[in-house]
Design a protein around this ligand. Structure first.
Ligand code: GLN
Length: 477
C-alpha cells in the first residue's frame, strides 16, 4: 500500500489516514520525492518545509479525532493564485520576484480545511495560452507522452495530478484552462459557475470570465475540493452563495435529459469524435434521454471570447508598469520610458499580443465595431444556453477537438486559439462545466464536457460520474 500511496484518490487516501495505514507526512514526502525525481516541469515553486510542517499538524489533528475530508491531503495551487510569503510568478518574468503579502481566499480556505499546499504549478504566462508553452519557466511535458503538451493554461496543475505529484490541484479557467488540460492529461477538471468561487487573490486575466476550480483524479474528489472553496466572500463583490452541493454523487442518470448541440458535433478530430459518440451511447445505456438542442451562435463564441478577454486583459495588465509590482527596467530616462522599457523587457510575446488586441478593440475608432458588438453577441450566447438548458439536465460535448498536440507543433496563435472552441462558450455564458476522462484516442486521453445550469455543479458532476464509472468499465447505479 505505502509504495503507491501517491496514486490514491483523495477519498482512498483519507480512508487510509483514518485507518492509520498511512500518515499525511508520508503522503507528503512521497509526493515531494516524485516532484524531485520528475522531469515534467509541473512546478515553479515547491513548498517543501511548509508542506511538511503542515502535514505534521494534520496528522496531529487526525490523531485527536479532528479534521475533515481534506485534512493532510497534499494539494497544488496554480501559480497565478496568491500565496502569502510564497513566490507567485504567473509564469511571467515580470513577477519572477513577486511574493504576495496575503493568501487568496481559496488558499485560505484550503488551509483552514487542513490541506497541505505542496507547491505552485506551471502555467502559460498570466494564464494566456492552451499548451503551457507560453511559460517563462519552460514548457511542461505531458506525463502520458513527454513529447506532448499537457494543455493550458493550467497545464502544470493537470499534469501534477495525472503524474501523482499532487492529489488534486487548483486551476483557473477563463476560456477552458481547467477543462482542456484535464482532457489532455486524463483527469477531472471543473469550472464552477461564474461567482461560485471567490476570485480574491487570483491574478486577474479577464475578470468577467475568470473562475478558480479543482483538478482531481475522480469526480468525487473534485466535489470534495469544490466544497472547500465555494461560497460568497466579502472580498470579491461578484461572488455569491450557491445552493448547497450534494453530500455525495450517486452517478445515477436514469431519466435525465442530456442535450447534444449539433453545432458542437463538427470540428473534432475523427478519433475524438468517435470517443464522444461512445460517451453519448454510454449515457443512453445508463437510462438518460438524449435530446438535440441548438446553440446557433456557437460559431461566434471564439471571436467574442478573444475580443472580450483581450480587452479585459489589456486593462488588468496595465498595473504592471515597473513601478508597483515585480521587475523594473534598469535604465530609463523618464516615467513613460520606464513603463515602456519594463513592459518590453518582462512581458512575453503572447501577453503583448493580447494587450495590443485588447487596446485596439477598446480604442475610440473601433470600440463599437469590436468590443460593443462582442458584448451584444455575448448576451445572445447566454440566452441561447439558457433556452437550451431549460429543457435538459446538462449538455454533453467534446472538451477539446483533439488529443494533446506535440510540443512545438502549433505554429500560429490562431491554431492554438482553435483548441478552445468547445470551452470558451461556457465562460461567455458564465455556466459551470466539467471535463471527465472518457477513454483514449490514438493512445492518448480524451475528455468529454458536461455543461450545466448556473449553480448546478452537483448535477453535472453526477452526469460526469456516470460517464466516469462507465469509462472504467463499471456500471453506474
Ligand atoms: N486558452 C485560452 C486563452 O488563451 C483560455 C485561457 C484560460 O482559460 N485562462 O485565452
Amino acid at each position: 500500500m505505502k509504495d503507491d500511496i501517491t496514486a490514491l484518490s483523495i477519498k482512498a487516501l483519507t480512508e487510509a489516514f483514518d485507518k492509520r495505514e498511512v500518515s499525511s507526512v508520508e503522503a507528503t514526502k512521497a509526493c515531494l520525492a516524485r516532484i524531485k525525481n520528475s522531469d515534467l516541469n509541473n512546478y515553479i515553486t515547491v513548498c517543501e518545509s511548509e508542506a511538511l510542517s503542515c502535514a505534521e499538524k494534520a496528522d496531529e489533528s487526525r490523531k485527536n479525532g479532528e479534521g475533515g475530508p481534506l485534512t493532510g491531503v497534499p494539494i497544488a495551487v496554480k501559480d497565478n493564485i496568491s500565496t502569502e510569503g510564497v513566490l507567485t510568478t504567473c509564469a511571467s518574468k515580470f513577477l519572477q520576484n513577486y511574493v504576495p503579502p496575503f493568501d487568496a481566499t481559496v488558499v485560505e480556505k484550503l488551509k483552514k480545511a487542513g490541506a497541505v499546499i505542496i507547491g505552485k504549478t506551471n502555467l502559460d504566462e498570466f494564464a494566456m495560452g492552451s499548451t503551457n508553452e507560453n511559460s517563462a519557466f519552460g514548457a511542461v511535458k505531458n506525463v502520458k507522452d513527454k513529447s506532448r503538451v499537457p494543455g493550458g493554461s493550467s497545464g502544470g496543475s493537470a499534469n501534477a495530478v495525472a503524474s501523482f505529484e499532487a492529489y488534486a490541484a487548483l486551476g483557473s479557467d477563463t476560456g477552458g484552462s481547467i477543462r482542456q488540460p484535464a482532457s489532455y492529461c486524463g483527469v477531472v477538471g471543473l469550472k464552477p459557475t461564474y461567482s461560485a468561487v471567490s476570485r480574491y487573490g487570483l491574478v486577474a486575466f479577464a475578470s468577467s470570465l475568470d473562475q478558480i476550480g479543482p483538478l482531481a483524479r475522480t469526480t468525487d474528489d473534485a466535489l470534495t475540493v469544490l466544497k472547500a472553496i465555494v461560497g460568497r466572500d466579502s472580498l470579491d463583490t461578484t461572488s455569491a452563495n450557491a445552493p448547497a452541493l450534494p453530500a455525495a454523487l450517486d452517478g445515477n442518470i436514469k431519466g435525465k435529459t442530456i442535450g447534444v448541440a449539433e453545432q458542437f458535433l463538427t470540428g473534432a478530430d475523427k478519433a475524438v469524435a468517435a470517443q464522444f459518440d461512445k460517451a453519448i451511447a454510454a449515457a443512453e445505456k445508463l437510462g438518460a434521454r438524449i435530446k438535440k438542442v441548438s446553440i446557433s451562435s456557437f460559431d461566434a463564441a471564439l471571436a467574442v471570447y478573444y475580443v472580450i478577454s483581450s480587452a479585459e486583459a489589456a486593462s488588468n495588465l496595465s498595473r504592471y508598469d515597473g513601478v508597483k509590482y515585480g521587475m523594473r527596467a534598469d535604465k530609463f530616462s523618464d516615467i513613460a520610458d520606464l513603463y515602456t522599457k519594463s513592459r518590453t523587457a518582462y512581458f512575453g510575446s503572447e501577453v503583448k499580443r493580447r494587450i495590443m488586441i485588447g487596446n485596439y478593440v477598446l480604442s475610440s475608432g473601433y470600440y463599437d465595431a469590436y468590443y460593443l458588438k462582442a458584448s451584444k453577441v455575448r448576451t445572445v450566447i447566454m440566452r441561447e444556453f439558457d433556452a437550451a438548458l431549460s429543457g435538459c439536465d446538462g449538455i454533453l460535448c467534446p472538451t477539446a477537438p483533439t488529443v494533446a498536440p506535440k510540443i512545438g507543433a502549433q505554429t500560429t496563435p490562431a491554431e492554438t486559439y482553435l483548441s478552445d472552441v468547445y470551452t470558451v462558450p461556457v465562460n461567455i455564458a458564465g455556466l459551470p462545466a466539467v471535463s471527465v476522462p472518457f477513454g483514449e484516442a490514438d493512445g492518448l486521453p480524451v475528455g468529454v464536457q458536461v455543461i450545466g445550469k448556473a449553480f448546478d455543479e452537483g448535477g453535472i458532476l453526477n452526469i460526469a460520474k456516470a460517464l466516469e464509472v462507465s469509462a472504467k468499465g463499471g456500471a453506474a447505479c
